[in-house]
Design a protein around this ligand. Structure first.
Ligand code: ADP
Length: 202
């Protein structure tokens, strides 16, 4: 019989998280502890170089901690990274989507990867953001690419959202659309970690 482990929706927990990059002496991140509970939006504010992207890269196991731990829904960022990624909607600071695919192909493919058949929330977001779906990603402006990035992170309604500078490149109207999407995520109990260097926004 296959054993199923129930995943507890506990949000994000960082404990003494420390990262010293190879060839550097000063840690980019020094014993950071924080929690983002379900239903909480955590505005992760800091100057350029403060370690925001480092934290996010650690959570997704793109890099590994020098010390300390990062967990999502009690799944360890290093030990349980495959399971962890299934819990997360992620937007990178510098989104790299396949340039030749259209917005529609990109979103269809990524939703399929998430194993989600119901396209209704994806369609709601496409409408809300007025996303351009028929052009290759390479032909989109930064703002229009960012919209595709936000939609792909949110469309499968994950229990945890990790977003690196999500509003960069968005005009004020689209920022409003984004905040609405975050309020919906919060209302359904998602834990949201969102980096920003914009004090008002955080
Ligand atoms: P933020 O996202 O807040 O702007 P980062 O996490 O990108 O900050 O950077 C934190 C610190 O780590 C900075 O001092 C940066 O120069 C350093 N850093 C980031 N990536 C690397 C790397 N790959 N190698 C060495 N140092 C790095």
């Amino acid at each position: 019989m296959k054993a199923y482990t129930r995943i507890m929706k506990t949000g994000i927990t960082l404990t003494d998280l420390t990262k010293t990059y190879h060839g550097t002496k000063t840690p980019a991140l020094d014993r950071l502890s924080l929690t983002v509970a379900p239903g909480e939006i955590y505005g992760y504010l800091g100057a350029n170089g403060a370690g925001k992207s480092t934290t996010i890269r650690l959570l997704l196991n793109f890099i590994q901690p020098t010390k300390g731990t990062a967990t999502v829904n009690d799944l360890d960022s290093v030990e349980d990274t495959v399971k962890l990624k299934k819990q997360v909607g992620y937007l990178a600071g510098d989104i790299a989507l396949y340039p030749k695919a259209t917005g529609k192909q990109t979103l269809d493919y990524l939703l399929h990867l998430q194993g989600v058949d119901d396209t209704s929330y994806r369609d709601t977001l496409v409408k809300r953001f007025g996303a351009t779906l028929d052009k290759p990603i390479a032909d989109l402006s930064k703002g229009n690419r960012q919209k595709i990035g936000i939609i792909q992170a949110c469309m499968h309604q994950p229990s945890v959202l990790i977003l690196d500078e999500p509003t960069s490149g968005l005009d004020p109207l689209m920022q409003e659309a984004f905040y609405k999407t975050m309020r919906e995520a919060k209302a359904r109990g998602a834990a949201v970690l969102m980096s920003s260097h914009n004090l008002a926004e955080a």
